[in-house]
Design a protein around this ligand. Structure first.
Ligand code: FE
Length: 339
């Protein structure tokens, strides 16, 4: 038998290589479609990093969470979306309750994300932490006079407290988590105390609440830390101090921005890969840098500005309670006169 010539062997090898490459990289490139309630500048850096690493393209649509969930519901099995990204466990829980998400049992996500920041049924996962804490006017409040969220109901804070409206899911989740911890009756007493201490009607957003505190129109408020970070970055001389409540008991109330895979997504494997990537060290660094939030992955140091606010003990009750008690929280706040 004649041995194959060198030229023949090269041609044969290149045939097999070509065949292998064309199987591994089909002509239509892989992609993932994301519906995001987070704005473009907060998600694009992570998607770009993912595409760079994997070659998988990420297409995304941004809108508010209500509109995106209604769209997923209406599209049903025909949805082009593989993943939903939104803020607040209350919203993620609502998407799960509406049957819009599917569980993903991933060892990577379980290893990277602490248990209290993800759905026990694995339908949604926290990707960044926002702490909802006390901010005070440094000219009017001594930090040693502060202690807990519950203590803000004490009459010593009469006409000194500002709060954002109870219509915002952030406050609904805060109160829902308090119900999980204290029960409804005790929580209602606390919320009534807050209302009795208000210096002004509830405000439209966290930034406005901070501006009121800075201007001395009230002495303290409860907001998410990144709003404080943004404001203090613009004007470092504002008389605003950050305080971590409940350090001797249950810890600071935290919430997440997070994601889940849609029930009827078409690019399931690529979407799973993206979700795991978002919990990885490189993506987690981006998460904290773009919005001054905290990483969920405990192996990452936050952005230097965020780190300068100090370390704190966080509440470890599973955030699924923010959803489970959301309706009860809304009714409770209404009864207590918190508008
Ligand atoms: Fe926000």
């Amino acid at each position: 038998m004649q041995t194959p010539s060198l030229k023949h062997r090269i041609i044969s090898a290149s045939f097999w290589i070509t065949l292998f490459v064309s199987i591994a990289n089909p002509v239509c490139a892989e992609e993932v479609v994301v519906y995001s309630a987070r704005v473009e500048q907060l998600i694009k850096p992570m998607f770009d990093a993912f595409t760079q690493q994997t070659g998988i393209k990420v297409k995304y649509t941004t809108d508010n969470e209500g509109a995106l969930m209604a769209r997923l519901q209406a599209e049903g099995k025909n949805t082009p979306a593989d993943m939903l990204i939104t803020v607040d466990a209350g919203n993620l829980w609502a998407a799960s309750q509406a049957g819009l998400l599917r569980p993903f049992d991933s060892q990577v996500l379980i290893a990277n994300i602490p248990e209290h920041l993800r759905d026990p049924g694995n339908e949604w996962f926290g990707l960044s932490i926002r702490a909802r804490t006390i901010i005070y006017n440094t000219r009017k409040v001594k930090p040693e006079d502060l202690s807990t969220y519950e203590n803000l109901a004490d009459p010593k804070w009469k006409n000194r407290l500002c709060l954002r409206t109870s219509k915002k899911v952030y406050n609904q989740s805060l109160v829902a988590m308090m119900i999980a911890e204290h029960g409804e009756a005790e929580t209602e007493k606390i919320v009534r105390g807050w209302v009795a201490n208000l210096a002004t009607d509830p405000l439209s957003d966290d930034t406005r609440a901070l501006e009121f505190v800075a201007a001395g129109r009230c002495d303290l408020t409860i907001v998410n830390t990144y709003y404080y970070g943004r404001l203090i970055q613009k004007d470092p001389d504002l008389p605003l101090g950050i305080f971590w409540p409940n350090q001797k008991d249950s810890g600071v109330h935290v919430n997440v921005s997070g994601a889940g895979l849609t029930r009827h997504g078409k690019n399931q494997q690529a979407a799973e890969q993206l979700l795991e990537f978002l919990s990885s060290i490189s993506a987690q660094k981006l998460f904290t840098d773009v919005n001054m939030e905290y990483p969920v992955n405990p192996n990452i140091v936050p952005d230097p500005i965020v780190a300068s606010w100090g370390r704190f003990k966080e509440n470890h009750i599973n955030l699924v309670k923010a959803g489970e008690f959301q309706a009860a929280a809304v009714k409770l706040m209404d009864r207590a006169g918190y508008r």
